[in-house]
Design a protein around this ligand. Sequence first.
Ligand SMILES: [Zn+2]
Length: 75
Amino acid sequence: MDERIIKCPYCGFEGSSREFYYMYEAVLYYTPLHSIEKEDRERPVLVICPRCKQGFFLESPYKKVVEFIKKQGME
Ligand SMILES: [Zn+2]
């Protein structure tokens, strides 16, 4: 149900969502006041192709997959 076919936009590799790697990007801003603030908004999960190792973001059709992966990653 949560498994979708993802296609790499770079090399054309197609595989299920489980075959790809995922990177969670936390963005920190270093302000002139020397305080580090975490970005409020969550960044989309970066999907990394297992074949060419290029990273890309999933588009809205895959939003449910992204949410599913996020839930798993936060456990
Ligand atoms: Zn690829």
